[in-house]
Design a protein around this ligand. Sequence first.
Ligand SMILES: [Fe+2]
Ligand SMILES: [Fe+2]
Length: 298
Amino acid sequence: MADFLSQYSIQRWLEMCPQGYLEDTVYGHAADETEPEELLENEELRVASIALTVQLIAGERAALAASSGLVNAAPDDASKMFLATQTLDEARHVEIFTRRLIDLGVKKDDVNQVVADLTNPNLVKFAEVLLEKVSNGDFIAGVVGQNIVLEGMAFSVFELLQAISAEVNPKFAHTLAGTIADERRHVGFGENRIGSLIRQHPERKDEVERMQQEMATHMLATFADVFSGAGSTMEKERERMRERGESLGAASTDWHGTDMSTATPEAMEATLAGTVLDEFKIRLGRIGLEYRAPKVPA
Ligand SMILES: [Fe+2]
Ligand SMILES: [Fe+2]
């Protein structure tokens, strides 16, 4: 903690991120990498990939709005510096996933309409819970909602997508690798910064825990929608390709104990939800908050 100032400084960010793992990348990937032909030529798969990418853009737009809003709510300079770097990270995430939408064939002028049309309504609710705290200038709830809940979720979603894309779509996998490294830094800040504030303000616990529960409930509803929609289309298409002998990710891809190359969308969803909720429990425990299980939809 003593070195909090330098650990989260702009200098450190420059060394780790733009001069580190992002050096020589173009929109997050190598300059010569493109979306695979098999994906671009398969209409169903392309449409499902667009729908999935829209959810990433919607999540990152919320993260951009939250982290930039939290700069002004932050009570200390070190947090302001860090959140300023995070704001740029999140803007970059919006940009690279938007770029992917264009690479998948969406016209630049249609991007906002496509995002508006395809963003999952439960993901919108998830973001609204967070952004209300941020617009009230509530730093503690905002950081827990953003850096623990939203980014804990994003971190695992990106890891899952990276695992299933590594072989079949190195361009997307590389784009995700940089965002995962960014999210790891953001989650670390949330844990380090907020623990002491929660100890100073135990009276805030109940409200923050209720926010976590509400966000987790909307998150599970989002997962359910996405896996039954885009997830199952992708799986069907993958299966068809396998049958035709067009090996698309034939090697087994173990992710948290589930082989993602053969898992059904339901099994993938269950593994993802379980992984994210377990992470919430651990991280919230570290900052002195009690995890509250999401409400199961009626
Ligand atoms: Fe992000
Ligand atoms: Fe982030």
